[in-house]
Design a binder for this molecule. Structure first.
Ligand code: PMP
Length: 408
């Protein structure tokens, strides 16, 4: 269907400013940061982009499970045994043995009585939040919450109350202003993915418990696999497991495939399967995906050495970039995400492109996805990055920073 571009106003007109800004940026000759193609992927940390061998430092593949031989073999076997897809919803023809098995793996991993798998982490937040908090209820959330958390509130039509990012005092104050008899869902994240900072969960839980009728959901998308003795997330590491009602997570980061989930010990949890629209009205994950996820989750239960190496990588990169003079999202390394803060879009894009030309891929992030209008290069480390690769990465930042004037 083709349509002539006209000057008349239509439903696309609201995007004109964005289109113009993007065209102006590309006219300066920079590559499009949002149109990268990985022509070949060699390992969790290496790909070929436009013919160039490139180190991957922006994948959220924290534990490097995408190429784990057991994980890949499980996927191939499920493809042979069960076919390419389920062609149906979980509540109709789309629940196979593999879906039940990955839910069993999650219950083992988290030690919970229930686990429910969604087709993505986005849909897990959308489904859980919209089904739990409806009209007349309140969702109390951190101002820097992920888009899927906000969208869950819109779908459920709950009233949104934001508190200042990671501020226990503001959370307490805002809860105190709500009617005591109203039902409230407090949504927190273990790791906030833009700056890589961690939530002070024990203090937040204590603040919430001062108020009546609150349940707590923690999104551990960026905490799973890495934090806590069993890799459950920041809420495990900080010792608040008994205080959290729901944990939402994703298979698209440490688990190394795609999918989302919620785990809980609530005795009525199973009713969620009958009321979550993003669970009911969409097709379930392909058998190969749930088989890879189940295998990966069970291996992550015994991944202490990988977790230790990932911490080593994160600390080394944080120190290396700090010593070079870059401004980072956190003063100390708090997670496997290290965000480099740049002054404006042009500097961010120039640095991003210079790194790519040197053979390093990082994620660029800009407003409105970022807090406080920041332009960021977000680095996410992998347990499979070798010590040598981390040194190479620091060297590339030094060269790109000097070439672009981002550092002196
Ligand atoms: N929650 C958070 C905090 C995230 O960062 C993301 C993905 N970036 C999601 C949820 C959604 O996960 P998925 O990619 O599985 O849709």
């Amino acid at each position: 269907m083709t349509q002539a571009v006209t000057e008349t106003r239509d439903l696309f007109s609201k995007f004109d400013a964005l289109i113009a800004e993007r065209e102006a940026l590309l006219a300066t000759g920079v590559r499009d940061p949002f149109a990268i193609v990985m022509d070949e992927v060699k390992s969790p940390t290496q790909a070929v982009i436009k013919g160039k061998d490139t180190i991957l430092l922006g994948t959220y593949n924290y534990m490097g499970m995408t190429f784990d031989p057991d994980v890949v073999a499980a996927g191939k076997k499920a493809l042979d045994d069960f076919g390419a897809g389920t062609t149906g919803s979980r509540v109709l023809n789309g629940t196979y043995q593999g879906h039940a098995d990955v839910e069993a793996a999650l219950k083992e991993f988290y030690g919970t009585s229930s686990a429910m798998v969604f087709s993505t982490g986005y849909q897990a937040n959308l489904g859980m939040i919209s089904a739990l908090a409806g009209k007349g209820d309140y969702v109390v959330l951190d101002a820097d919450s992920h888009a899927s958390i906000y969208d869950g509130c819109f779908l459920g039509d709950a009233d949104i109350v934001r508190f200042r990012h990671n501020s226990v005092e503001d959370l307490d104050k805002r809860l105190g202003r709500l009617p005591a008899d109203a039902l409230k869902l407090v949504v927190l994240e273990g790791v906030y993915s833009m700056l890589g900072d961690v939530a002070p969960l024990p203090d937040m839980v204590a603040a919430v418990r001062k108020h009546a009728n609150c349940m707590i959901l923690v999104d551990e998308a960026h905490g799973m696999g890495f934090f806590g003795p069993n890799g459950r997330g920041v809420y495990e590491e900080q010792g608040v497991e008994a205080d959290v009602d729901f944990v939402v997570g994703t298979f698209s980061k440490s688990v190394g495939t795609v999918g989302g989930f919620c785990v809980s010990n609530h005795p009525k949890f199973e009713v969620m399967r009958l009321v979550c629209r993003p669970y009911i009205f969409t097709a379930s994950l392909p058998p190969s995906v749930v088989a890879t996820a189940a295998t990966s989750i069970r291996k992550l239960m015994h991944a202490g050495e990988k977790r230790a190496h990932l911490w080593k990588n994160s600390k080394r990169l944080h120190k290396g970039l700090t010593d070079l003079g870059f401004k980072l999202g956190t003063d100390t390394p708090q997670s496997a995400i290290i965000a480099v803060i740049l002054t404006d879009q042009m500097q961010a894009v120039s640095m991003w492109q210079a790194l790519l030309e040197l053979g390093l891929y990082v994620n660029m992030a800009r407003p409105p996805a970022t807090p406080a209008g920041m332009f960021l290069l977000r680095c996410s480390l992998c347990a499979e990055h070798s010590d040598e690769q981390v040194e190479q990465i620091i060297g590339m930042f030094a060269a790109a920073g000097k070439a672009t004037g981002a550092i002196g």
